[in-house]
Design a protein around this ligand. Sequence first.
Ligand SMILES: Cc1ncc(COP(=O)(O)O)c(C=O)c1O
Length: 415
Amino acid sequence: MSNTSTTSTNHRWQGVLPSAIEAVGNTPLIALDRLRDEHKLKCRILAKVEFFSVGGSVKDRIARRMIQKAEEDGTLIPGYSVIIEPTSGNTGIGLALISAIKGYRCVITLPNKMSREKEATLRALGAEVVRTPTDAAWDSEESHIGVARKLRDSIPGGVILDQYSNENNPLAHFHETYQEIKHSLDTSNFANKRIAALVAGAGTGGTITGLSKALRADQKAQGEKEHAVVVGVDPVGSILAGGCVGPYEVEGIGYDFIPEVLDPGKPNIDQWVKTGDDESFAMVRQVIRTEGLLTGGSSGSALAGAIKFLQDTPEGQAIAQREGANVVVVLPDGIRNYISKEWFLSESLNAQPTHLSGEKAQILSNNIAPATNGKPNGTASKGINGNTNGHTNGIAHEENGIVHVDQVKTREGEE
Ligand SMILES: Cc1ncc(COP(=O)(O)O)c(C=O)c1O
């Protein structure tokens, strides 16, 4: 048992939930001790794992809050309004999920680069999807933002809640995500419950802005003198942290403009780290293999950025050397969104065989029977049933590193 767990009477939810809307958020904070050790760090890496939320991402809370507030101020009229939103997918999934429950019609505009899984999920939830050119400038007519505006202006009842400028985007993280992180730390058995550093990627910037503002306010209220470091992660090819516009594969983070809800300078964000596709995807594979966490691409960016900060910057190195220092990293979504992407499939289906691979093939392959003690004897020319009558009844063949079990031949000539 890990010594980071709370008591077994702590439940995620109380009672029966009236709908899936109440299953938004309340995601766990998970200690990545194995990843920490592999990178020779002494501090704790604590992952806020957002794929546990009902729609599968960090965006569910903002979708719920933007809809709720728009209903309260009369912007959204149940039974009439049509929710239209430009998104890299996850905000759309959150909005479509709540729309399915509340009965809103929903149109999502999505750049071509975003995964088929996101499109399929959106359509399964009943949303209409419009694909737009990935390299269209954000303020062009063809961009996902431009197309959403055009649809809004033409569809009766069309409303864009606009995650790029809606204050309820950062406020969802200020009031909810941060409080969840705080609750996880407060109910842990850590001697030190304060946050030394917080690391998150930025798309609209709502997550990092809301979390940073809540963290600053909380530390001020607690009278903490030590300044928690907030680190933003931005892909190469995005301009949020400077640099030039260019192509990259990671979805959901980075833009060619600074969204209104992102406050990119101090005191909100202390430092930015740039990450590339390769290091992000390599980190996804590592966290899946070492921590069993099925995260998406931008989670790999956030973790790669956190480790760069801890290893390559003086401020980060000081934290990395402190045992018990808490570094919180936001992992925005899960691999469900990217299963068909080449960066995932090529590596996972061609993964390095484990030491069990040869043994497994040998046990199941033609003419080789397992020894009775459970270990392959490697030499007997018997079938799996231990036949010694001359015919073999091997049950498997190997193809591209995968053993396929065939139909077992029980008697000569019979399948
Ligand atoms: C996969 C993924 N990661 C990260 C983010 C960034 O979140 P935010 O828009 O709050 O900056 C998003 C936002 O869409 C996302 O979809």
